[in-house]
Design a protein around this ligand. Structure first.
Ligand SMILES: [Fe+2]
Length: 239
Protein backbone atom coordinates (compact mmCIF):
# COMPACT_ATOMS: atom_id res chain seq x y z
CA UNK A 1 0.00 0.00 0.00
CA UNK A 2 1.14 3.54 -0.79
CA UNK A 3 0.89 6.21 1.88
CA UNK A 4 -0.16 9.56 0.42
CA UNK A 5 0.46 12.60 2.57
CA UNK A 6 0.64 16.34 1.99
CA UNK A 7 2.07 19.56 3.36
CA UNK A 8 5.04 18.26 5.33
CA UNK A 9 6.61 21.74 5.54
CA UNK A 10 9.99 20.32 6.53
CA UNK A 11 8.60 18.29 9.44
CA UNK A 12 10.12 15.15 7.93
CA UNK A 13 9.91 13.10 11.15
CA UNK A 14 6.10 13.31 10.80
CA UNK A 15 6.30 11.14 7.65
CA UNK A 16 8.01 8.35 9.58
CA UNK A 17 5.51 8.62 12.43
CA UNK A 18 2.60 8.33 10.01
CA UNK A 19 4.24 5.29 8.35
CA UNK A 20 4.49 3.63 11.78
CA UNK A 21 0.89 4.47 12.58
CA UNK A 22 -0.41 3.18 9.22
CA UNK A 23 1.50 -0.08 9.50
CA UNK A 24 0.35 -0.69 13.08
CA UNK A 25 -3.23 0.22 12.30
CA UNK A 26 -3.52 -1.80 9.09
CA UNK A 27 -1.05 -4.52 9.98
CA UNK A 28 0.51 -4.20 6.55
CA UNK A 29 3.72 -2.73 5.23
CA UNK A 30 3.77 0.67 3.52
CA UNK A 31 5.61 0.14 0.22
CA UNK A 32 6.28 3.79 -0.54
CA UNK A 33 5.21 7.33 0.30
CA UNK A 34 4.07 10.11 -2.01
CA UNK A 35 4.07 13.68 -0.68
CA UNK A 36 1.64 16.02 -2.43
CA UNK A 37 3.72 19.18 -2.16
CA UNK A 38 4.89 21.68 0.40
CA UNK A 39 7.47 19.04 1.17
CA UNK A 40 9.67 21.78 2.65
CA UNK A 41 12.62 21.42 0.27
CA UNK A 42 14.89 23.96 1.98
CA UNK A 43 18.52 23.41 2.92
CA UNK A 44 17.87 24.23 6.57
CA UNK A 45 15.23 21.47 6.88
CA UNK A 46 17.14 18.89 4.85
CA UNK A 47 20.42 19.42 6.64
CA UNK A 48 18.82 19.19 10.05
CA UNK A 49 17.08 15.88 9.30
CA UNK A 50 19.57 14.04 7.07
CA UNK A 51 22.90 15.45 8.28
CA UNK A 52 22.60 16.72 11.83
CA UNK A 53 20.09 14.12 13.08
CA UNK A 54 21.27 11.44 10.59
CA UNK A 55 17.70 10.33 9.96
CA UNK A 56 16.26 8.69 6.86
CA UNK A 57 12.76 8.07 5.56
CA UNK A 58 11.65 4.56 6.46
CA UNK A 59 10.27 3.86 2.99
CA UNK A 60 11.08 5.12 -0.53
CA UNK A 61 9.64 8.62 -0.80
CA UNK A 62 8.41 10.48 -3.88
CA UNK A 63 7.14 14.03 -3.94
CA UNK A 64 5.52 16.59 -6.19
CA UNK A 65 6.36 20.19 -5.41
CA UNK A 66 4.01 22.63 -3.72
CA UNK A 67 4.40 26.37 -3.46
CA UNK A 68 6.59 26.29 -0.33
CA UNK A 69 9.85 24.84 -1.63
CA UNK A 70 13.14 26.58 -2.36
CA UNK A 71 12.63 26.99 -6.11
CA UNK A 72 15.83 29.04 -6.46
CA UNK A 73 17.92 26.15 -5.13
CA UNK A 74 15.70 23.26 -6.27
CA UNK A 75 18.13 21.53 -8.64
CA UNK A 76 21.11 21.94 -6.34
CA UNK A 77 19.17 20.51 -3.40
CA UNK A 78 17.98 17.57 -5.50
CA UNK A 79 21.59 16.86 -6.45
CA UNK A 80 22.75 17.05 -2.87
CA UNK A 81 19.91 15.13 -1.19
CA UNK A 82 18.49 13.23 -4.18
CA UNK A 83 19.60 9.85 -2.81
CA UNK A 84 16.97 10.21 -0.07
CA UNK A 85 13.87 10.94 -2.17
CA UNK A 86 12.63 11.28 -5.76
CA UNK A 87 10.88 14.20 -7.42
CA UNK A 88 7.86 13.57 -9.66
CA UNK A 89 8.05 16.47 -12.12
CA UNK A 90 5.05 18.55 -13.16
CA UNK A 91 3.02 17.06 -15.99
CA UNK A 92 4.67 13.63 -15.86
CA UNK A 93 2.97 10.27 -15.75
CA UNK A 94 4.49 8.03 -13.07
CA UNK A 95 4.00 4.31 -12.54
CA UNK A 96 4.22 2.88 -9.08
CA UNK A 97 2.89 -0.39 -7.66
CA UNK A 98 0.70 -0.95 -10.70
CA UNK A 99 -0.88 2.53 -10.58
CA UNK A 100 -0.43 5.30 -13.15
CA UNK A 101 -0.32 8.75 -11.59
CA UNK A 102 -0.48 12.07 -13.40
CA UNK A 103 1.54 14.52 -11.32
CA UNK A 104 0.79 18.22 -11.12
CA UNK A 105 2.86 20.07 -8.54
CA UNK A 106 2.72 23.82 -7.99
CA UNK A 107 -0.24 26.03 -7.23
CA UNK A 108 -2.62 28.50 -8.76
CA UNK A 109 -1.35 32.06 -8.40
CA UNK A 110 -2.30 33.81 -5.15
CA UNK A 111 0.37 36.41 -4.45
CA UNK A 112 4.17 36.66 -4.55
CA UNK A 113 4.47 35.60 -0.93
CA UNK A 114 2.40 32.43 -1.33
CA UNK A 115 3.20 31.73 -4.96
CA UNK A 116 6.91 32.35 -5.52
CA UNK A 117 8.43 32.20 -9.01
CA UNK A 118 8.28 28.72 -10.56
CA UNK A 119 5.58 27.51 -8.19
CA UNK A 120 2.72 28.89 -10.25
CA UNK A 121 1.04 26.38 -12.57
CA UNK A 122 1.42 27.69 -16.13
CA UNK A 123 -0.44 26.91 -19.34
CA UNK A 124 2.63 24.96 -20.48
CA UNK A 125 2.29 22.75 -17.37
CA UNK A 126 -1.34 22.04 -18.24
CA UNK A 127 -0.36 21.25 -21.84
CA UNK A 128 2.24 18.78 -20.53
CA UNK A 129 -0.46 17.22 -18.36
CA UNK A 130 -2.68 16.85 -21.43
CA UNK A 131 0.07 15.30 -23.59
CA UNK A 132 -0.45 11.69 -22.45
CA UNK A 133 -2.84 9.26 -24.14
CA UNK A 134 -6.48 9.73 -23.13
CA UNK A 135 -7.41 7.52 -20.21
CA UNK A 136 -3.75 6.75 -19.39
CA UNK A 137 -3.91 8.21 -15.87
CA UNK A 138 -6.59 6.91 -13.58
CA UNK A 139 -5.25 8.81 -10.56
CA UNK A 140 -4.28 12.50 -10.53
CA UNK A 141 -2.01 13.85 -7.81
CA UNK A 142 -1.76 17.61 -7.38
CA UNK A 143 -0.78 20.10 -4.73
CA UNK A 144 -3.57 22.63 -5.32
CA UNK A 145 -7.17 21.49 -5.72
CA UNK A 146 -9.04 21.22 -9.01
CA UNK A 147 -11.36 24.19 -9.58
CA UNK A 148 -15.12 23.96 -9.47
CA UNK A 149 -15.46 21.05 -7.07
CA UNK A 150 -16.50 23.19 -4.11
CA UNK A 151 -13.32 23.45 -2.04
CA UNK A 152 -14.09 26.50 0.10
CA UNK A 153 -11.73 29.43 0.44
CA UNK A 154 -9.79 29.72 3.67
CA UNK A 155 -11.65 32.37 5.74
CA UNK A 156 -9.97 35.72 5.14
CA UNK A 157 -8.59 34.73 1.75
CA UNK A 158 -11.81 35.23 -0.22
CA UNK A 159 -10.30 38.14 -2.16
CA UNK A 160 -8.08 35.67 -4.05
CA UNK A 161 -11.22 34.44 -5.81
CA UNK A 162 -12.45 30.84 -6.02
CA UNK A 163 -9.61 28.41 -5.29
CA UNK A 164 -8.33 25.74 -7.64
CA UNK A 165 -6.29 24.89 -10.71
CA UNK A 166 -7.59 26.71 -13.76
CA UNK A 167 -8.19 24.25 -16.66
CA UNK A 168 -8.45 21.25 -14.34
CA UNK A 169 -11.69 20.37 -16.16
CA UNK A 170 -9.65 19.64 -19.32
CA UNK A 171 -7.55 17.13 -17.40
CA UNK A 172 -10.67 15.43 -16.03
CA UNK A 173 -12.20 15.35 -19.50
CA UNK A 174 -9.11 13.72 -21.06
CA UNK A 175 -8.37 11.08 -18.44
CA UNK A 176 -11.71 10.53 -16.67
CA UNK A 177 -9.77 9.73 -13.50
CA UNK A 178 -11.20 7.53 -10.80
CA UNK A 179 -9.41 9.48 -8.10
CA UNK A 180 -7.88 12.96 -7.68
CA UNK A 181 -5.96 13.62 -4.46
CA UNK A 182 -4.60 17.05 -3.44
CA UNK A 183 -3.34 19.01 -0.44
CA UNK A 184 -2.37 22.69 -0.06
CA UNK A 185 -5.61 23.80 1.60
CA UNK A 186 -4.78 22.23 4.95
CA UNK A 187 -8.21 20.70 5.39
CA UNK A 188 -10.02 17.45 4.72
CA UNK A 189 -12.31 17.48 1.73
CA UNK A 190 -14.15 14.71 -0.11
CA UNK A 191 -16.69 14.77 -2.92
CA UNK A 192 -17.69 12.49 -5.77
CA UNK A 193 -18.56 14.09 -9.08
CA UNK A 194 -19.22 12.06 -12.19
CA UNK A 195 -16.89 9.10 -12.05
CA UNK A 196 -14.21 10.92 -10.05
CA UNK A 197 -13.67 10.88 -6.32
CA UNK A 198 -11.91 14.06 -5.16
CA UNK A 199 -10.01 13.87 -1.89
CA UNK A 200 -8.31 16.80 -0.17
CA UNK A 201 -5.80 15.98 2.56
CA UNK A 202 -5.18 17.94 5.73
CA UNK A 203 -1.60 18.71 6.80
CA UNK A 204 0.76 15.74 7.26
CA UNK A 205 0.59 16.02 11.04
CA UNK A 206 -3.22 15.66 10.98
CA UNK A 207 -3.38 12.51 8.85
CA UNK A 208 -2.83 10.87 5.46
CA UNK A 209 -4.42 8.57 2.90
CA UNK A 210 -3.64 5.00 1.96
CA UNK A 211 -3.91 3.63 -1.58
CA UNK A 212 -4.22 -0.13 -1.83
CA UNK A 213 -3.14 -2.16 -4.85
CA UNK A 214 -6.80 -2.65 -5.81
CA UNK A 215 -7.04 1.21 -5.93
CA UNK A 216 -9.14 1.60 -2.78
CA UNK A 217 -8.29 4.87 -1.10
CA UNK A 218 -8.90 5.52 2.61
CA UNK A 219 -8.16 8.68 4.57
CA UNK A 220 -6.90 8.42 8.15
CA UNK A 221 -7.11 11.11 10.79
CA UNK A 222 -4.08 10.89 13.06
CA UNK A 223 -2.58 13.84 14.91
CA UNK A 224 1.17 13.84 15.42
CA UNK A 225 2.90 16.28 17.72
CA UNK A 226 5.29 18.66 16.00
CA UNK A 227 8.85 19.30 17.07
CA UNK A 228 9.34 23.03 17.35
CA UNK A 229 12.86 24.31 17.24
CA UNK A 230 13.64 27.98 17.41
CA UNK A 231 14.67 29.32 14.03
CA UNK A 232 18.23 30.17 15.21
CA UNK A 233 18.78 26.54 16.21
CA UNK A 234 17.65 25.24 12.86
CA UNK A 235 19.74 27.90 11.18
CA UNK A 236 22.93 26.98 13.04
CA UNK A 237 22.21 23.31 12.40
CA UNK A 238 22.45 24.07 8.73
CA UNK A 239 26.18 24.86 8.87
FE1 LIG B 1 0.70 24.89 -0.45
Amino acid sequence: MILIISDVHGQFQVVNEQIDFAERRLNKEVSSVIVLGDFGLFEVNLRRFFVRDKKRFKRPLYFIEGNHEDFGAFEGLMKKYGEFFTHFARGTLQKLDGHAFLCLGGARYMDLMNTPMHSEISDADIERCLSHPPGSAKIILSHDCPSGIGVPNTPGLEFYGPPGIVRSAEIIHRYEPRLWVFGHHHKWFAVKEGGTFFQGLAESWKGFGVLESDSTFTAFDNSVELVHEPFWRRWFASF
